[in-house]
Design a protein around this ligand. Structure first.
Ligand SMILES: Cc1cc2nc3c(=O)[nH]c(=O)nc-3n(C[C@H](O)[C@H](O)[C@H](O)COP(=O)(O)O)c2cc1C
Length: 207
């Protein structure tokens, strides 16, 4: 079965803690038989939403740049992992700018009512949030979760799980963490197997 997994890294630091954690997750997904792809937002050219609200009438975004193609791709994958380090207790500006540009999907769904994801589609499409933080605080990821929830709601993914590792400062980076990289890999394998199983037992055609 051809399962597509897309990882989007919102860390401005190439091959840092967050992208490395995402890589482990993708390696696990690949080992479970999925086709994987990673997009690094830092390498893309895109503008942030200007709030013109043209999408409320048209259902499309007037801005045409690297995100136009990326959003098309998102709607074609089975599993989507969005990754960001915690910056100032939230996600990075790069990831937030990308997520805001998905507003046209929200408008298409809730204003124009021209986008509909069936319950089965949502069940078979899993979204994960991958993140790292410097501090050990238990609440360090809390501001990120509602943003990720809203994003998966507009794009038709069930918010499956988080792959998170805090206390990076004390560990001296992700490589010093005792379990995070192995856990991320296991999660990648697990979610692919879960989607394969849901699709094989699904009641209708894949949409
Ligand atoms: C601008 C900036 C803001 C940060 N803000 C926080 C924060 O509010 N809380 C926290 O725990 N760590 C914070 N950190 C630390 C990063 O979350 C942490 O080092 C993370 O693992 C970096 O991931 P990366 O290697 O992918 O860049 C911040 C780092 C930067 C550069």
């Amino acid at each position: 079965m051809d399962i597509k997994v897309l990882g989007i890294s919102g860390s401005p630091r190439r091959h840092g803690n967050t992208e490395t954690l995402l890589d482990s997750f993708l390696a696990g997904a690949e080992e479970a038989g999925a086709g994987i792809e990673k997009i690094v937002l830092r390498d893309l050219k895109y503008a942030t939403c200007t709030g013109c609200n043209a999408c409320h009438n048209s259902g499309v975004c007037v801005m045409k740049d690297d995100l136009t193609k990326l959003y098309k791709k998102i709607l074609e994958v089975d599993i989507l992992a969005v990754a960001s380090p915690i910056y100032s207790m939230g996600i990075t500006a790069g990831l937030k700018g990308f997520i805001d540009r998905g507003q046209y999907l929200w408008a298409k769904k809730f204003v124009l009512k021209k986008l509909y994801f069936s319950t089965e589609h949502i069940k078979q499409h899993k979204g994960l949030f991958i993140s790292t933080a410097g501090q050990s605080w238990n609440d360090v990821f809390d501001a990120a979760y509602p943003i990720v929830t809203a994003f998966f709601d507009s794009t038709g993914f069930e918010y499956y799980d988080n792959v998170i590792a805090n206390n990076m400062d004390a560990y001296g980076g992700i490589q010093g963490h005792p379990t995070a990289l192995a856990d991320a890999k296991t999660k990648g394998e697990e979610v692919v197997r879960e989607v394969v199983s849901l699709i094989s037992t699904g009641t209708s055609e894949r949409q």
